[in-house]
Design a protein. Sequence first.
Length: 85
Amino acid sequence: MAAMANVSEGISGALEAVKSWPQQVKTYVEGLRMEMRRVTWPPGKQVRATTGVVLITVFLFGFYFAIVDGILNYAVDRLLVYFTR
């Protein structure tokens, strides 16, 4: 009988959790809206400028690492050729 009571309590607990879900979602959305009102968004000009800086930086680092990779690849190939003769 104790097992039946535990199952019954488990089911009722699950039902309560399901019943409280809409209220939890509503509370979350209200809090989210309140926080979004406090956010200060940068102007479009600033967003474009910082995006440009990020893109240029990414390409410069990509170019730099491609050169370093090429140099290291060449050096390792030369070493392998030298030691495998």
